[in-house]
Write a protein of this length. Structure first.
Length: 210
C-alpha cells in the first residue's frame, strides 16, 4: 500500500505564535495547520478504528539551534511547537533537526519512512525559502513524491521581497524539479484520492485530476 507522510515543518512559537517575532502570515499558517491536522487525524483515527493501517502518518519537524545562532534553543519557549504530536498515537512522530533539511539532519529518516510504505511527502510550514524548501528538496533527492501545500507555508518579508512573493518563488522552484503544488484547502488525506477533481501543478504544467 502506497502511504503518505504529512510533514509539519518548524511551526514553532518564535515563528508562529509570538506577536513580536512571528512571520506576518502566522495566523494564516495556524488556521490552515489546524484544519489540515484535523482532517489528517480524522483519517488516521478512522482507519485505526477499523483496524486498518492508515494511508497517512504525520511527521512534526522541530528545528533547534545553539544560542549563538538563533532563538530556537532546545527547551526554550521560542523552540516549542505550536502543533504537537499526540503521545498515544503511533502514526504521529517528532523529528528534530539542526540544519534546514530534515532528511540531511536525520539520515535514517528516508529509510524508516520507506519501510513503512511511504512514497509521498506532503509538506507545509515555515520558513518557505529555508527549511520548507530544503526539506522538500531532500525528500525529492531521496526518491519520494513531494506535494507542497500552497497557502500553508510562509516566511518573513526579506530583502525587499514580500512573504507572498517568496512563497511563489519557492513553489515555482519546486515545480521545476518535479514536485506538485496544491492549495491546502483542496488536499485530502487519502493516498487513493488525494485531490480528485481538483487542479494541481506538477512539473511546469497544470493538470486537472479526474
Amino acid at each position: 500500500m502506497a502511504r503518505t507522510a504529512l510533514f509539519v515543518i518548524d511551526i514553532q512559537v518564535e515563528l508562529a505564535q509570538n506577536a513580536a517575532t512571528e512571520i506576518s502570515h502566522a495566523e494564516r499558517i495556524r488556521d490552515g495547520g489546524t484544519q489540515i491536522l484535523q482532517s489528517a487525524r480524522q483519517a488516521i483515527d478512522s482507519a485505526s478504528e477499523h483496524e486498518r493501517v492508515p494511508d497517512l502518518e504525520i511527521v512534526f519537524v522541530q528545528h533547534e539551534e545553539v544560542a549563538e545562532k538563533g532563538p530556537l534553543v532546545k527547551g526554550s519557549k521560542a523552540w516549542k511547537l505550536v502543533f504537537k504530536p499526540r503521545d498515544d498515537n503511533r502514526w504521529e512522530r517528532l523529528v528534530s533537526k539542526d540544519v534546514r533539511d530534515a532528511f540531511e539532519s536525520n539520515p535514517q529518516l528516508a529509510v524508516e519512512l520507506r519501510n513503512e510504505g511511504v512514497e509521498t511527502i506532503v509538506a507545509f510550514g515555515i520558513q518557505s525559502e529555508c527549511c520548507v524548501l530544503s526539506t522538500c528538496r531532500g525528500a525529492l533527492a531521496a526518491g519520494f513524491n513531494v506535494v507542497l501545500l500552497q497557502g500553508a507555508h510562509s516566511t518573513y518579508d526579506i530583502d525587499g521581497k514580500t512573504a507572498g512573493a517568496i512563497e511563489g518563488e519557492v513553489e515555482a522552484q519546486l515545480v521545476t524539479t518535479g514536485a506538485e503544488v496544491v492549495p491546502w484547502e483542496l488536499w485530502k488525506p487519502s493516498a487513493s484520492n488525494m485531490y480528485s477533481g481538483q487542479t494541481v501543478c506538477k512539473g511546469a504544467r497544470i493538470y486537472q485530476v479526474l
